[in-house]
Design a protein around this ligand. Structure first.
Ligand SMILES: Nc1nc2c(ncn2[C@H]2C[C@H](O)[C@@H](COP(=O)(O)OP(=O)(O)OP(=O)(O)O)O2)c(=O)[nH]1
Ligand SMILES: [Mg+2]
Length: 497
């Protein structure tokens, strides 16, 4: 039986460590929450992993034109859109905010959403989705043989071994984000702030459910790794989140991401010279027509066709900044209705959103807003992502990541004793491995040792499995934590190119 909707139950200032002193009275409690969320903001904005987003691919790998979006500038736009959705939500709710326990929480929710948006891609590897694929594919190809060589058959719990294998073969940026925040950066954020990042809700070792089955959307991708499963259990306990459900903040972050990137990707393609404004306007109209959505009036009283036409006319009349003018008008006319629609969907589905059981994105409901977002995404898919220059860069990224994993793979072939000596920098007997190990960031070595310190709690026969699992995780942490640029430099250096 699901309880009533009271958002105060889902927004807490509790953190994994550091005691939250109780406060007397609702006002003091709210003030304490605001202080703690302010502390989360400081921790996030000053975090190196956020700064690394400035050299990570959004759509165009290794981009030197700084007017084209990086993951960082994209994330700032998502942050702004997320904030806009929260403000719109409160405007639409008015007095009704109190019915859902949202009264007094506007600042808190705004901050939670903004920071979730800023962090939402923090776990992405270099080279975007194709980078995720490259890492997953390398482990898919190599891991069985590595496991067989490192861990004698029959050693340890068979189910655990199988789970570890499946977990390591599915590298996922969203799961890596949880790991980064909790284990590697150790931001000790409030559980609520971290919960916003849990966009998908299954562990990476669990198979993807069949399309059309209940929860298929929320389980479309891995949300966290086996290593973070105990933490996720704690987080769910602290916030009363049922397994298989999301935190409401994640829905807003997802909508903000969709709204922000669908327009931004095509704007970047114009900046790159892949599309001209006139051609783009026509492609948008053609694609929109295919969605067979009645071209009803948007809130401005104009149809999609009229709004695209108006943006094009403004751009043609503009003597200096043609492309800029086109996108300003497109953004002015589109962002507002899309944001309005996301907020309306949040309210119309407030129970399912509150309980985290709504099995779709907010702006994925067969509406006009949905058709608009999909139109932009489809044009990018048909004309930009598959552009030859973009694909060449992705193929280079693939080669770089696979090559780096090959270079460092010998560390996965060392015995546990040798590897321990390597991490301590004292292994003279294996100079090649020692030089490789010395290149691993000390923070990752510390996280590996920290994970090993927890091993005595595991049954003795499973400990070698866990040692090996954490070693593989460390290699994924290392490679995925690199920026595009650093991965390229490291690949070149080790290839003696
Ligand atoms: N170059 C290129 N970019 C792509 C491709 N597919 C998506 N993108 C770009 C479009 C967006 O700017 C961005 C969306 O990717 P995200 O990593 O944020 O993925 P999304 O949020 O849709 O999925 P998620 O649920 O977070 O895994 O990546 C592709 O095949 N090639
Ligand atoms: Mg994403």
């Amino acid at each position: 039986m699901q309880g009533p909707v009271d958002f105060k139950q889902k927004i807490s200032r509790e953190r994994p460590y550091g005691k939250a002193e109780g406060r007397r009275g609702a006002d003091a409690e709210l003030a304490a929450l605001v202080d703690q969320l302010e502390s989360d903001r400081g921790r996030i904005i000053n975090c190196a992993a956020v700064r690394r987003l400035q050299q990570k691919t959004q759509v165009f790998p290794l981009e030197r034109n700084a007017a084209v979006r990086s993951r960082l500038t994209h994330s700032m736009e998502v942050q702004q859109t997320g904030r806009f959705i929260v403000r719109t939500l409160y405007k639409q709710l008015g007095e009704r905010a109190a019915d859902y326990g949202l009264d007094g929480l506007e600042g808190a929710l705004e901050s939670l959403v903004e920071m979730t948006c800023l962090m939402h891609d923090i776990g992405n590897p270099p080279f975007g989705h194709f980078g995720e694929f490259a890492i997953g594919e390398w482990f898919e190809r190599e891991l069985d043989a590595l496991f067989a060589a490192a861990l004698p058959a029959g050693l340890g719990d068979a189910q655990l071994r199988e789970r570890m294998g499946a977990d390591l073969k599915h590298f996922e940026g969203n799961a890596q984000a949880i790991r980064l925040v909790v284990r590697l950066m150790r931001l000790n954020l409030t559980y609520t702030q971290t919960a916003g990042l849990l966009k998908y809700v299954r562990p990476a070792y669990q198979a993807k459910p069949m399309a059309g089955t209940p929860g298929a959307y929320l389980n479309k991708k891995a949300g966290f790794y086996l290593a973070e499963e105990p933490f996720i259990g704690e987080l769910r306990g602290a916030l009363g989140l049922q397994p298989g459900s999301r935190h409401p903040v994640a829905y807003i972050m997802e909508a903000a991401d969709d709204i922000a990137y669908c327009l931004a990707d095509i704007e970047d393609s114009v900046e790159k010279g892949i599309l001209e404004v006139e051609q783009l306007a026509q492609l948008l109209l053609d694609k929109f027509a295919q969605h067979q959505c009645p071209d009803a009036c948007l809130p401005a009283g104009k149809s999609f066709r009229e709004l695209v036409g108006y943006a094009l006319k403004r751009s043609q009349d503009e003597p200096i900044n043609k492309a800029g003018e086109f996108f300003i008008w497109l953004r002015v006319s589109m962002i507002h209705p899309l944001v309005q629609h996301a907020a309306e969907q949040f309210i119309d589905n407030i129970e399912a959103v509150y309980h985290g059981s709504l099995d779709r994105a907010l702006v994925e409901d067969g509406s006009l807003a949905h058709a608009i977002v999909q139109t932009f995404k489809d044009v990018a898919m048909d004309w930009v992502f598959c552009h030859r220059e973009v694909e060449t860069l992705h193929l280079q990224g693939y080669r770089i990541l696979q090559g780096l994993l090959d270079f460092y793979a010998p560390l996965l072939k060392a015995s546990p004793e040798t590897f321990l000596a390597l991490t301590e920098g004292t292994c003279r007997a294996a100079p090649h491995l020692q030089m490789l190990a010395r290149r691993l960031p000390s923070q990752l070595l510390k996280a590996y040792h920290e994970a090993l310190r927890a091993l005595p709690a595991a049954p003795a026969q499973d400990r070698p499995l866990w040692e090996y699992y954490h070693r593989c995780r460390m290699l994924q942490d290392f490679i995925s934590g690199m920026t595009d640029q650093h991965a390229q430099d490291e690949y070149r250096a080790l290839s003696a190119l």
